[in-house]
Design a protein around this ligand. Structure first.
Ligand code: NAD
Ligand code: ZN
Length: 393
């Protein structure tokens, strides 16, 4: 089959690899019909995750048609059209029983190594390095789906892929970020970052009753999308202001937005060849810079509000305004999305026509163009907000 494989920093190749096979009785093999590139994939592209190996297949946002099931998978049959959550969950552990799917204790066979490195571990993830389980990803013609009796949602409708694909990650991610804010009717929510996750945080904040959303970014096309698709007021942090916190306070009668969402990512532009140690240092520096948005979110957020953080952090950040967070009685919420929890309710929202996720797609291309599309997406060229790859084209 064809698959998008990692070969090194900024070196992805679409190549022929063996088809996946059923390994465990709870596996399914899915033929991928659509798959997307996520901001999190860029961490792999840029070499910021240490446990990628040459030939690893990328991709955690994908959907398709079941080809084959293991003998213990009774909820699915060949021919079923399915959405597959990006985090892999066993369905049986304490975390799965408590609806905390992305914290599953049994789906990452390399959890001990991840814990030794970071002091914590999470569930296994598709296409996201060996520390997260070493599972082949879905930017391929076929993918093995472990615990297929738990994760995949069978689609009973004929909605096109483009309307439902983002239920596998970024729609639930934006939604959980907004839900965690505990929005009251009419609240104002500020969203840092108008990438795909930020766009869904904006849409979701309105779905949950916000009266006003203020979106912050510096890329015109992304701000336009936030305004036109998301109905947000926008702040271009590079042009409109040299003090985002002050601007937000002015826009909200001095009180600050009721809640703040940090959907930002590292501003990486490719760093070429460097040693592992220098790359590690570079990563830490990008994390420190990236935290500007989080500091602003804490400083701008109104008293009693929530700062919700879907954007990924790793390692350490400093100069966190802890005193302000304490004095203002802020709530901080964060973490990897529990996609399983949101699949059905958000699918119903799409079926009802409350939201059309396909509106954020700017690029639809064959899988073969994946390598060039990673660069286009990372560098925000050509108005790129979201890329969908089609293995069948
Ligand atoms: P993206 O890189 O396309 O978007 C990030 C946006 O943030 C960009 O438009 C960028 O211009 C903007 N930005 C950067 N610095 C800023 C600043 N200081 N102020 C305002 N805006 C700023 O990425 P994405 O696909 O939208 O993903 C966003 C983040 O969400 C990433 O960190 C990604 O890894 C993470 N993510 C988390 C989960 C989860 O489970 N929590 C799931 C998916 C993605
Ligand atoms: Zn993702």
């Amino acid at each position: 089959m064809k698959a998008l494989c990692w070969h090194g920093v900024e070196d992805l190749r679409c190549e022929r690899v063996p088809d996946p096979e059923i390994v465990n009785p709870r596996d399914a093999i899915v033929r991928v019909t659509s798959t997307a590139i996520c901001g999190s994939d860029l961490h792999l592209y840029d070499g910021m995750v240490p446990s990628m190996m040459k030939g690893d297949i990328l991709g955690h946002e994908f959907m398709g048609v079941v080809e084959e099931v293991g003998r213990d998978v009774r909820n699915l049959r060949p021919g079923d059209r399915v959405l597959v959550p990006f985090a892999i969950a066993c369905g049986n552990c304490w975390y799965c029983h408590h609806d905390l799917w992305s914290l599953c204790d049994n789906s990452n066979p390399n959890a001990a190594a991840l814990e030794a490195l970071n002091g914590y571990s999470t569930s296994g993830l598709f296409g996201y390095s060996h520390l997260y389980g070493g599972y082949a990803g879905g930017q391929a013609e076929y993918v093995r789906v472990p615990f297929a009796d738990v994760g995949p949602l069978k689609l009973e409708n004929d909605l096109p892929d483009e309307k439902v694909l983002f239920l596998t990650d970024i729609f639930p991610t934006g939604y959980m970020a907004a839900e965690q804010c505990g929005i009251r009717p009419g609240d104002t929510v500020a969203v840092w970052g108008c990438g795909p996750v930020g766009q869904f945080a904006i849409v979701s904040a309105y779905l949950l009753g916000a009266g006003r959303v203020i979106a912050i970014d510096r890329f015109a096309e992304r701000l336009d999308m936030a305004r036109e698709v998301g109905n947000a007021d926008v702040v271009d942090y590079a042009r409109d202001t040299d003090d985002v916190v002050e601007t937000l306070k002015q826009m909200t009668g001095g009180r600050g937005p009721d809640h703040a969402i940090d959907a930002v990512d590292m501003e990486s532009h490719g760093h070429g060849v460097m040693s592992r140690i220098d790359r590690g240092k570079q990563f830490l520096k990008l994390q420190l810079d990236r935290a500007d948005a989080l500091r602003q979110a804490v400083q701008a957020c109104g008293k009693g509000g929530t700062v919700s953080i879907p954007g990924v952090y790793a390692g350490f950040i400093d100069k966190f305004p802890m005193g302000q967070a304490f004095a203002k009685g802020l709530t901080l919420r964060m973490g990897q999305t529990h996609v399983h929890r949101y699949l059905r309710p958000l699918l119903e929202r799409i079926e009802r026509g409350d939201v059309d996720p396909s509106r954020i797609i700017t690029h639809r291309v064959p899988l073969e163009r994946g390598p060039e599309m990673y660069r286009t997406f990372r560098d925000k060229q050509d108005g790129c907000v979201k890329v969908v790859l089609k293995p069948e084209l």
